[in-house]
Design a protein around this ligand. Sequence first.
Ligand SMILES: NC(=O)c1ccc[n+]([C@@H]2O[C@H](COP(=O)([O-])OP(=O)(O)OC[C@H]3O[C@@H](n4cnc5c(N)ncnc54)[C@H](O)[C@@H]3O)[C@@H](O)[C@H]2O)c1
Length: 261
Amino acid sequence: MADVNYLKELFSLDGKRAAVIGGGGVLAGAMSAALARAGAKVAVIDLNPAAAEARADEIRKLGGQALAVKADCTSRKDLQDASAACDKAWGGTDILINAPGLNSGTPFFEITDEEWEKLIAVDLKGVFLACQVFGRGMVARKNGSVINISSASSGPPLSKVFTYGVAKGGVNQVTQFLAREWAADGVRVNAIVPGFFPAEQNRKLLTPERNAQIMAHTPMKRFGQPEELLGAVLWLASDRASGFVTGALVRVDGGFSAMTI
Ligand SMILES: NC(=O)c1ccc[n+]([C@@H]2O[C@H](COP(=O)([O-])OP(=O)(O)OC[C@H]3O[C@@H](n4cnc5c(N)ncnc54)[C@H](O)[C@@H]3O)[C@@H](O)[C@H]2O)c1
């Protein structure tokens, strides 16, 4: 006997309002659609307005409510404007997904100040700023779920992706710091730690040699598919399904983090 109502009670996001930063991308685009299919209204926020609009349109075609907002996550002003657009459209934000991403495989001694600053700005400062800007309303309303998208590179370190890994280690810190800070205010803060999923930001990095290394270290011997992150997203977004979960770093990686020799 499948009790559909029971599943709905646990996972429905009816009436919830979500903001997805980096929502025009491969992984967060799928996350945006999943939140909408679970009942949330979704603001798809991205530096690339065409990508955000395409994802928002996909949601509208599914019968959901969506906004597309252009914003650079490294700009406090852009994020404040995006948050205000959500407030204007539907009165606030209950769920925030931080998933902007920029990566680079530059060897350590060749990393320039500019490259370091750019990656840290998008991958770490963007998460800090969005937590400040969107988190304020959540703390004031005493409810919210923040889901930061970390990475297997957050630790132990991966080869090649130095600055990205440092930023993602910082994302784990932001997640657990705010989980402590906001627990008494009813705002949960968790991270999903994906393994390897082919996407835009890592397209150039996934050379045949790198792919062979990844497969040798992934017990499931394959890349992940965006859909395989969605169960974790819906679980962490739902106060009923994950109401006692905060500060968690949830690995979705085909066993990558459990592999030694
Ligand atoms: N693909 C993977 O294997 C993998 C693994 C671990 C973590 N991640 C993380 O998942 C998230 C989603 O990345 P993806 O793999 O889908 O890549 P993607 O390149 O498809 O998506 C990243 C999105 O971020 C947007 N973006 C870049 N700079 C921005 C900025 N300054 N402001 C706002 N948006 C900006 C891009 O326009 C793009 O739509 C990222 O945080 C990434 O680090 C991905």
